[in-house]
Ligand binder design. Structure first.
Ligand SMILES: N[C@@H](CCC(=O)NCCCC(=O)O)C(=O)O
Length: 254
């Protein structure tokens, strides 16, 4: 069977004098080495994206993290801190792509910003600054720390008993995760089912309840040093297997 193609939507980033379509290496490599699939970086072309052409060749989609925020206008709010990075071209590409991919039953794995944008794509809202909400913890990384420290395990999450994530992780009730986000889920979109929460109650993982295939979105970073984290290995293996199953069922597996 040819390797299943997993779409990895790009960000737009300024490098020197020019804007680039970019995808961070750790995400792209995790699709290859963790899910054993072929990553395909999708440019952030917005409305010019041919969604059906992409979905005709894809067997999965992975939404990456990124320092930028999903634009608050997309969930009916004003941007509270305009100094934080935005990526309207990524928003204009991923939101329609997410909806079209789910309609086809494509396996989906979403991480950090990706976790937030799937929620917004399906009608949910975000806290623009989780740490400013009474009773919530500060989920941000300390930018003065080394990368190793920033991506180290930061807090535990409690997994839903008998949930999809818990099953993938061998029946675990809780796991330790890293934490590098200022925003978080305020209202979960209709049709999403909670899979894990942090100690302050913040949703840390969910699935699309009535999806035809595998869907999991996590607020943490399983792609970070994937090979050293048994939970992350299991998560990416399960995603990869779902992509292989989708490819076989769609008749493209020969
Ligand atoms: N802007 C959002 C998204 C946070 C996020 O995805 N952080 C990861 C950035 C670096 C990486 O990709 O590893 C927020 O702050 O909530």
């Amino acid at each position: 069977m040819p390797s299943p193609i997993v779409l990895v939507p790009a960000c737009i980033n300024q490098i020197g004098s020019h804007p680039y379509h970019t995808a961070q290496l750790k995400y792209v490599d995790a699709v290859a080495s963790g899910a054993h699939c072929m990553p395909l970086i999708v440019p952030a072309l917005g409305a010019a994206t041919d969604l059906e052409a992409l979905l005709d060749i894809a067997a999965g989609i992975m939404l990456t993290g990124s320092p930028s925020n999903v634009h608050a206008g997309l969930y009916g709010q004003d941007v509270l801190d305009p100094s934080l990075p935005q990526d309207p071209a990524r928003d204009a590409t991923t939101l329609p792509l997410i909806r079209a991919a789910l309609k086809r039953g494509l396996p989906l794995l979403a991480i950090c910003r990706g976790f937030q944008e799937v929620n917004v794509a399906l009608g949910g809202t975000l806290h623009q600054a989780v740490h400013a909400v009474a009773g919530m913890h500060d989920h941000r990384e300390n930018k003065h720390h080394t990368l190793e420290q920033q991506y180290a395990a930061a807090h535990r999450v409690l997994l839903e008993a008998d949930g999809a994530l818990s099953r993938i992780l061998g029946g675990a009730g809780e796991i330790m995760v890293n934490s590098l986000h200022g925003q978080g889920i305020a209202t979960l979109a209709p049709g999403l089912a909670v899979e894990a929460r942090a100690g302050d109650g913040l949703v840390e993982a969910y699935r699309v309840a009535d999806a035809a295939g595998f869907t999991l979105a996590v607020q943490w970073h399983p792609e970070w040093q994937l090979a050293q984290n048994p939970d992350s290995i299991k998560l990416f293996l399960a995603f990869g297997q779902a992509c292989r199953n989708y490819q076989s069922k769609s008749g493209r597996g020969a």
